[in-house]
Write a protein that binds this ligand. Structure first.
Ligand SMILES: Nc1nc2c(ncn2[C@@H]2O[C@H](COP(=O)(O)OP(=O)(O)OP(=O)(O)O)[C@@H](O)[C@H]2O)c(=O)[nH]1
Ligand SMILES: [Mg+2]
Length: 283
């Protein structure tokens, strides 16, 4: 049996979380067109006859910003590169190699692991930088070209990883798809709706905590969650005119949860101002 850890790292927005979901075949990580969607190192577990791969999705590297959240996310990336077997560098051939890619290259060279270059978004028609990335092949043990969104060649990637992984026993039971506790996963789903809905700096001002999860006697799953934001002004924007904003966030999350849990859900959302929530983020 083979087993080990493969970390997905790369610039923000290249599709790391979309790839994690495609690998696992289930939505374990949230995705959005906005950079810095991912904040936690989320594990997605793939178990096959050959063995088990634990993929670790990481926050995207974004160099421009120097705020406390970005600092926290960068610490989390560096931490994720310790004690792993493979590092998968995910790149987007529609975007130029920039300072962020060079920083990722520096980081992965320090890691004591096999290196795989993953050229994602191969479904895009215009890939003006594809050859730039292909020219980097010499720096890696393997190169795969795939589309996380369409799921093409994702299986090829899994097969090539099993080749690179050491012998070992599975770490998780075969049915387990992620390490995320239910409450955190639900909070992530709510945060995804905030990222899809809110503009500019507002989604970055938010953090979500699920405070209660309870199966009621009538079979209803009761979930209470608090959306934290740093400013009264943002709180008003999240709640929206006549509460319309928060209502839509609640409805779309509830619908998604009901689909996955196959259970009726009551979602109780509160918005609170806390300028210091970043300090409570665990790594
Ligand atoms: N066309 C195309 N779009 C993709 C593909 N993979 C991801 N995307 C899109 O790229 C955007 C970013 O995807 P994410 O998976 O959230 O990217 P990420 O690298 O996890 O981003 P951060 O968590 O912010 O670092 C989303 O709009 C995805 O739908 C792909 O294979 N093809
Ligand atoms: Mg992500």
């Amino acid at each position: 049996m083979k087993s080990g850890f493969a970390v997905l790292i790369g610039r923000s927005n290249v599709g790391k979380s979309t790839l994690l979901n495609a690998l696992v075949g289930s939505k374990v990580a949230i995705t959005s067109p906005k950079p810095q969607t991912t904040r936690l190192p989320i594990q997605g577990i793939v178990t096959r006859d050959e063995g088990q791969i634990v993929f670790v999705d990481t926050p995207g590297l974004l160099k421009k910003k120097k705020d406390p959240l970005t600092r926290r996310l960068h610490q989390s990336i560096a931490q994720s590169l310790k004690d792993i077997d493979v590092v998968g560098h995910v790149v987007d051939p529609t975007r130029e190699i920039g300072e962020e890619e060079r920083e990722v290259l520096r980081l992965i060279k320090q890691a004591d692991a096999k290196r795989v270059l993953i050229i994602n978004k191969m479904d895009e028609r215009d890939k003006p930088y594809l050859d730039f990335y292909r020219d980097l092949a010499g720096e890696y043990d393997a190169v795969v070209e795939l589309s996380a969104l369409r799921g093409t060649h994702v299986e090829t990637f899994i097969v090539s990883l099993f080749e690179l992984l050491p012998e070992g026993e599975p770490l998780y039971p075969a049915f387990q798809l992620t390490n995320l506790p239910n409450k955190i996963w639900m909070a992530e789903l709510i945060r995804e709706k905030l990222f899809l809905r809110l503009r500019q700096e507002v989604p970055y001002s938010t953090h979500v905590e699920v405070t209660e999860m309870d199966k009621r006697e009538n079979g209803l799953l009761y979930i209470a969650a608090t959306i934290f934001t740093t400013d009264e002004r943002y709180k008003r924007m999240i709640i929206g005119k006549n509460g319309q904003g928060i209502k839509e966030i609640g409805q779309s999350t509830r619908r998604e949860l009901e689909g996955v849990m196959e259970n009726r859900v009551f979602l109780d959302l509160t918005v609170e101002v806390d300028p210091h929530w970043v300090e409570r983020l665990h790594e």
